[in-house]
Write a protein that binds this ligand. Structure first.
Ligand SMILES: C[S@@+](CC[C@H](N)C(=O)[O-])C[C@H]1O[C@@H](n2cnc3c(N)ncnc32)[C@H](O)[C@@H]1O
Length: 171
């Protein structure tokens, strides 16, 4: 019985460490965008039913759930944290939108973003620098990029919501 308890505690510790350390290794804390801010960002990006939204680093999958449930969009989440991927998957399943959502476990710098109609990113300005070239090269014309809390350098925003710190760009 004691051995089982020790195994359980060790497992919980490993999961907690993975939850914090994997995002930290990639340079971010595992913090989610507030649902109201997500809705605002997707409204400003004019996300339409059946369009495809990509969330770069989908965390707990809240953006995917709101995009699919409230906007009728298809959503792809790319996430490097295994625990975050699992939480996203569970949240999408619980919300009944699993068929409209795809979760890719991996590094979004290595993913193909060419099918996106809207790209959502809640990252930092350091990521903006690194994403700049990839977005320019890969996105099709007309794709909207909506960033929360950071700007894309050398892109001209078509919308800036000062109150919520949301920028919308169009390729
Ligand atoms: C600040 S959280 C945002 C979560 C979610 N997009 C939201 O707005 O609620 C950023 C997420 O990006 C993930 N991440 C960081 N770098 C990544 C990378 N290169 N590829 C995939 N995911 C990454 C982290 O693990 C973390 O879960």
């Amino acid at each position: 019985m004691q051995v089982l308890l020790i195994i359980f505690v060790v497992l919980i510790l490993i999961i907690a460490l993975l939850y914090v350390l994997v995002p930290a290794w990639y340079g971010l804390p595992p913090i989610s965008t507030h649902p109201d801010r997500i809705r605002k960002a997707l409204e400003l990006a004019n996300l339409q039913p059946n369009e495809t939204l990509y969330d770069l680093g989908c965390g707990h999958g809240q953006v995917l759930v709101i995009a699919a449930k409230d906007f009728g969009a298809n959503a792809v989440g790319i996430e490097v944290g295994p625990v975050q991927c699992f939480i996203s998957w569970v949240n999408c399943l619980r919300s009944g939108i699993r068929s409209k959502v795809k979760i890719e476990a991996g590094n979004f710098f290595k993913s193909d973003l060419s099918q996106a109609d809207v790209v959502f990113a809640y990252l930092t300005s350091e990521f903006g620098e690194r994403l700049n070239k990839k977005l320019r090269n890969e996105l099709k014309a007309g794709t909207r990029v909506v960033t929360v809390a950071f700007e894309l350098p050398n892109w001209q925003a078509i919308i800036f919501d000062r109150e919520n710190l949301i920028w919308v760009y169009e390729k």
